[in-house]
Write a protein that binds this ligand. Structure first.
Ligand code: SF4
Length: 93
């Protein structure tokens, strides 16, 4: 598969919920951790803003792989599926 991440994600259909299904349990813990989520998320949902010292969570881009639920070393991400028919639909499966 070729193309940029953005081009590849374009093949997925999203129905975006108003409320995030991803919750950072303790935002202050993100100040001192290694920000692993900025690297393991395949959809670039997590992005640390060093100026604002804040973790931005673009939940509307989540492909619901579940990695962040398991991989955050601090277990600081609460993960649930989007409810009410929201979330993603894969074009090819
Ligand atoms: Fe990223 Fe996967 Fe977590 Fe969604 S479930 S935020 S795609 S790591």
């Amino acid at each position: 598969m070729s193309g940029t991440l953005e081009q590849r994600l374009y093949s997925i259909r999203y129905k975006t919920a108003e409320k995030s299904h991803l919750t950072v349990r303790d935002e202050s813990a993100c100040l001192t951790c290694d920000k692993d989520c900025n690297f393991f998320c395949p959809a670039d949902v997590y992005l640390w803003d060093p100026e604002r010292k804040q973790l931005n969570v673009a939940y509307e881009n989540c492909i619901e792989c579940g990695t962040c639920r398991l991989a955050c070393p601090s277990e600081n991400i609460e993960w649930v599926y989007p409810t009410g028919g929201y979330g993603i639909t894969y074009k090819f499966g």
